[in-house]
Design a protein around this ligand. Structure first.
Ligand code: ING
Length: 319
């Protein structure tokens, strides 16, 4: 009997700047109930699902900046979500801004996703690795994308966990655009990768890309799934949020690269699919049998070199 898991992409529409955590949790509870009523065992929420996408503003006041972060998870405001999910026996993946303090008292600000099992236990946390955008205020932009002002990269890279009867990994937003993200988890046997995102439809450094936002989103999610023989769930916070129109189009993608479920609005919407986890083997044991076909001895540059290094100019060679 094949292993099955019913998964929901719980897309959110805009979260207003003045929407309280409690108001947002009400929306998350409604999405959870909808997903559960449709058989979902795992519900995936977007990146930074508790607040508006605050990196669109460059906030220097420390207290105001930290007001967007969670000092604990679950917090008093999110406890109802954890309790209801456990009551329903539904696991979930929740994106939020995390303020973390090390044993030595150092504080860190991460863009984080937490994975919670159906019994309410915390499976693990992922901290976004690829932090896009910019560090300083860039007033030339219609709106900021100052994630590098707010977040530092996660220190643990891309881990996977045995959970939900599967091998589950996580990534956040810009991580989904880098093939290394999926391959590192694919090399750990990931069968299911959960990815929340907030993607403005306007890309200030190259507005030509604006019209391709939806194509690029599905391109990278489908490629990652296919090339690693795993399911990928991409979940948006979309719609026009504080004047910034953001991509929705949440999807659940199969190891074949096919989209098995998708959201059709840019608001709060649940898309559900019953996944056959053993279907991954049709790709992991054939075309993408890593152990049989990969040749790491030829891939060294991928992990040893950061930026591109071009060959020397022709005339240099003759000198
Ligand atoms: N957002 C973006 C992403 O990779 C971005 C960065 C913004 C890309 C606008 C393209 C256009 O989807 C996050 N949050 O990483």
């Amino acid at each position: 009997m094949n292993r099955h898991l019913t998964v929901a992409a719980a897309q959110m529409g805009p979260i207003a700047r003045n929407e309280t955590r409690e108001q947002v949790v009400e929306r998350l509870l409604a999405l959870l109930a909808d997903a559960h009523s449709r058989g979902a065992e795992l519900v995936v929420f977007p990146e930074l699902a508790l607040t508006t996408f605050f990196p669109r503003w460059y906030i220097e006041d420390e207290a105001e900046m930290l007001s967007w972060f969670e000092h604990e998870m679950p917090s008093p405001a999110t406890k109802p979500l954890f309790e209801e999910a456990a009551r329903l026996g539904v696991g979930f993946c929740l994106g939020y801004a995390e303020l973390h303090t090390d044993e030595d008292g150092t504080t860190h600000r991460y863009n984080t996703q937490m994975l919670v099992e159906r019994d309410g236990s915390v499976v693990g946390k992922f901290r976004k690795v690829h932090i896009p955008g910019h560090e300083e205020h860039e007033p030339w932009r219609e709106f900021q994308h100052a994630e590098r002002h707010y977040f530092e990269p996660g220190p643990h890279g891309f881990e996977v966990w045995r959970a939900f009867g599967s091998v589950v990994g996580m990534a956040i937003c810009n991580d989904r655009r880098w093939p290394e993200t999926y391959r590192v988890m694919g090399l750990q046997g990931a069968e299911l990768i959960l990815i929340g995102y907030n993607t403005p439809l306007h890309y200030a450094p190259d507005p030509q890309q604006n019209a391709l936002a939806g194509f690029h989103n599905h391109l990278v999610l489908q490629s990652g799934a296919y090339q690693n023989g795993c399911y990928v769930v991409g979940v948006a916070k979309g719609g026009e949020e504080e004047g910034v129109d953001s991509l929705a189009q949440s999807v659940i993608v199969a190891p074949s690269g096919q989209i098995v479920a998708q959201c059709i609005t840019n608001g709060d919407e649940v898309a559900v699919a019953r996944l056959d986890l053993d279907y991954c083997d049709f790709y992991k044991n054939t075309l993408f049998d890593f152990h049989r076909y990969r040749l790491p001895e030829h891939y060294g540059l991928i992990s040893s070199q950061r930026g591109a290094v071009e060959p020397p100019d022709a005339q240099e060679e003759t000198e």
